[in-house]
Design a protein around this ligand. Sequence first.
Ligand code: ZN
Ligand code: ZN
Length: 354
Amino acid sequence: MHSMQIVEWGKPLEPRERPTPKPQGTEVLVRVEACGVCHSDLHLQEGYFDLGGGNKLELEKLGLKLPHTLGHEIVGEVVAVGPEAAGARIGDKRVVHPWIGCGSCETCRRGDELLCTSMRSLGARRDGGYADHVLVPHPRYLIDYDGLSPELACIYTCSGVTAYSALKKLAQLPERDIVVIIGAGGVGLNAVMLSRAVLKCKVVVADIDANKREAAVKAGAAAAFDNSDPEAVQKLRAMTAAGAGAGGAIDFVGAPQSAKFGLDALRKGGTLVIVGLYGGMAPIPLPLFPQRVLTVRGSYVGGLDDIRELMALVKSGKVPPIPVKTRPLGEINQVLDELRAGRVLGRIVVKPGS
Ligand SMILES: [Zn+2]
Ligand SMILES: [Zn+2]
């Protein structure tokens, strides 16, 4: 099989040929049709997350060994099944849920795989989809995408489900509230598109890039603000009842400035959901939390139930499709560079063998 792999941290991916694996036990071998390119691939390629203050979370310490094949938004066709892989049939066309726990601990058994302490996620711990084949540990991670194009369907397994599960954390907000979506790149734009189906209230967007603001308004955001404008918080608050602020904010960037913008935009009792992994540290005045009754919570990708709910929602036609562009897998390094430079609107998927 052919893969584009990280061979050295921080260096371009390299093409490699290996024998195609034979599925054992419950494993399923999927021939990759397309794989979405995600912002988190950039961090994985670098080999660390920036914890701020000069501290790094190194992926090698989390058990990620090189060489490694990135790519976690995978769609393809089942081409071989292990002897215990009940329910998967050769020829099935499926998207692959990549956020996989150990499967045997108590947390995994009760269905909270995302909280497992021994994750084996595809394209993040195990080899992923920047290849012509990928080995999936169990048929339960395969999801039917009947009626959608494979290129669109695959991006719901990360970009889509990340947006969906973050929005769900604010689904209780009443109609009169607003939610601020900070960062309208691939995931943020997906959140704008999903917001009508998940939230009762409207969303506004904050992004420093005028093109991304325009795309977000076209996608249904009620307004868009330039968060580098020192008056942006004031303008945003002016849109809310009595200028009180937003009931919720979702930070799809995860940088000190974006988190601060989110907290400043909140009303009393508001919730900031942090999703982005840009990195850094945010010094925040602690008395604000009790005085303004604020909540800060994290949201990481989504579970198997979330992806199933989301696929049903998308199939029902309630979610407008996100713009997707297709490129050959051989161009993956250029695509990652474009993403790093912030030049990508919507989502790019790569196709092997092209
Ligand atoms: Zn991702
Ligand atoms: Zn587990």
